[in-house]
Design a protein around this ligand. Structure first.
Ligand code: NOJ
Length: 498
């Protein structure tokens, strides 16, 4: 490393540390209607993988075939046993005092064949009972229709690369609206489309584990976007007038902050957002992929000798159909990055998303780490993310659908408490100073659960689950007590201002 570069990085680190030095927690109360909640998902918590007519999803399938798929050799067969313990868990939710509980539906429990030829009455009854339990306890459900656990039978037919997925998903969503819509005001169609496609077809960490960044990954995106829009239109035409709910899709991104105030670095951060969020949100808000994404992928595809861009195109009719298919902006975020401008990366085979973005992303070592490689603790960065969303998607109502702190599971989880408090504080700052419209905040997660390929080692819960006991005993952590107080006082300090 040459001296100039070392100096540059040193100054940069000083700047980013200074960004948060002496920060004072916001003591202004949140509005009375601000939604405080907690989140979970079906595969990560339910267990009961083959009960009451449920068939195999892609994670059941791969974990049963390959004991090394999940690092600790575990799977979601029992998980937190939420399927059987939901009443006890709703009582815990009530004790927390949350406004809402984010849960997801298992596609296989409701449609054992993946398609809507046959609806499983026991699967539907299970979720109806759960929704009733929540209602009886005054907790509003925030329901995710699809949180990654695709029916294996649909993957066998091409999954998200088969454009039949648009109808498969639409038909499944219709069954959900029909069965549960009278009790649901906020729907999330798909959890984190970016992870669905990077996971399945980009980096390939989820089944079918195809590594095809910037190619099949983009085909997958194209169908995911249309599948979401199909569900939105079904709701809009067939259900909205009687059920009056709202439909969103959870976008996920770390916050990205320009590494310096130079125009190049600012443009790099902006471009990164267009690739991370805009590639999904832009078609839904404005009818097409962001210009920068279209131009860059087209140019690089040409240099690679391709006849057409690796980024698929929407027809004019599709653009009209896609535009306006989000009722609120659901956002999950855990951490932040710095972005720096770099010379155009060389065109290589195979293509890569990094090459398409052409931005250097990094995290200074001075930023606090956690047990997860993906999470550095930088709550102040969320202001940048919220401002980007406000500016680019018509100043939407934003619902934070996930934010949380990974650790190894101690009950005295001070790290989680300060993480949540600081994120909420910066969100409150953004509401006041940047006039960002944040509707609510949802902690990931309610209870410790199966953290995908890392298994049960990394914990996010406000409640500990004893995975060694057949009873899967729950114990509140200190963070549960802290969050309970926040839900009650709608404030982050002991002395609050209105
Ligand atoms: C995103 C996902 O929606 C959730 O399933 C996962 O457990 C958390 N982030 C934490 O990694």
């Amino acid at each position: 490393m040459n001296l100039m570069k070392e100096l540059y990085i040193f100054v940069l680190i000083l700047n980013t540390c200074a960004a948060n030095a002496g920060y004072v927690i916001n003591n202004k109360k949140f509005p009375d209607n601000f939604m405080f909640g907690v989140a979970s998902s079906s595969y990560q918590t339910e267990g009961a993988w083959n009960e009451d007519g449920k068939t195999e999803n892609i994670f059941d399938n791969i974990t049963h075939r390959r004991s090394d798929f999940i690092m600790d050799g575990t799977n979601g067969d029992v998980a937190c046993d939420f399927y059987h313990k939901y009443k006890e868990d709703v009582a815990l939710l009530k004790s927390l005092g949350v406004n809402h509980f984010r849960l997801s539906l298992s596609w296989n429990r409701i449609l054992p064949n993946g398609i809507a030829d046959k609806v499983n009455p026991l699967g539907v009854a299970y979720y109806k009972n759960l929704l009733k339990e929540l209602k009886d306890n005054g907790i509003k459900p925030l329901v995710t229709i699809f949180h990654w656990d695709l029916p294996q039978v649909l993957l066998d037919q091409g999954g998200f690369l088969n454009d039949s997925i648009i109808d498969w998903f639409g038909d499944y969503a219709r069954v959900c609206f029909e069965s549960f819509g009278d009790d649901v005001q906020y729907w999330i169609t798909i959890n984190e489309p970016k992870q669905v496609c990077i996971g399945g077809y980009g980096y390939g960490f989820f089944p079918p584990m195809v590594k095809s960044q910037g190619l099949l990954e983009y085909e997958c995106n194209h169908n995911v976007i249309k599948a979401h829009a199909r569900a939105w239109h079904i709701y809009d035409k067939e259900f909205r007038s009687k059920q009056g709910g709202k439909i969103g899709i959870t976008f996920d991104a770390p916050a990205t902050v320009p590494a310096s105030e130079t125009p190049g670095d600012k443009e790099a951060a902006e471009r990164r957002y267009h690739f991370e969020i805009g590639i999904y949100a832009n078609p839904m808000y404005h009818g097409d992929y962001p210009e920068i994404v279209k131009t860059r992928v087209a140019e690089r595809s040409k240099l690679e000798g391709r006849q057409k861009s690796r980024l698929p195109e929407f027809t004019d009719a599709e653009k009209v159909w896609l535009k306006g298919t989000v009722d609120f902006f659901a956002l999950s975020t855990y951490s932040g990055n710095l972005a720096r401008a770099i010379p155009e990366p060389p065109v290589k085979y195979p293509p890569s998303r990094d090459g398409d973005q052409g931005v250097e992303i990094f995290r200074p070592d001075t930023w606090n780490s956690t047990v997860s490689m993906n999470v550095k603790v930088v709550p102040w960065t969320i202001r940048y993310l919220l401002r980007f969303v406000k500016e680019h998607y018509n100043d939407p109502d934003i619902l934070i659908t996930e934010n949380g702190f990974p650790d190894d599971g101690g009950l005295n989880d001070d790290g989680r408490i300060s993480y949540i408090r600081e994120y909420l504080s910066h969100i409150r700052d953004a509401m006041i100073e940047d006039k960002v419209k944040v509707l609510g905040y949802t902690v990931w997660s309610f209870i410790d659960s199966l953290e995908w390929m890392t298994g049960y080692r990394i914990k996010y819960g406000l409640f500990r689950v004893d995975f060694n006991s057949p009873n899967r005993t729950r114990t509140p952590k200190l963070s549960a007590k802290f969050y309970q107080k926040v839900c009650k006082t709608k404030c982050l300090s002991d002395v609050c201002e209105d």
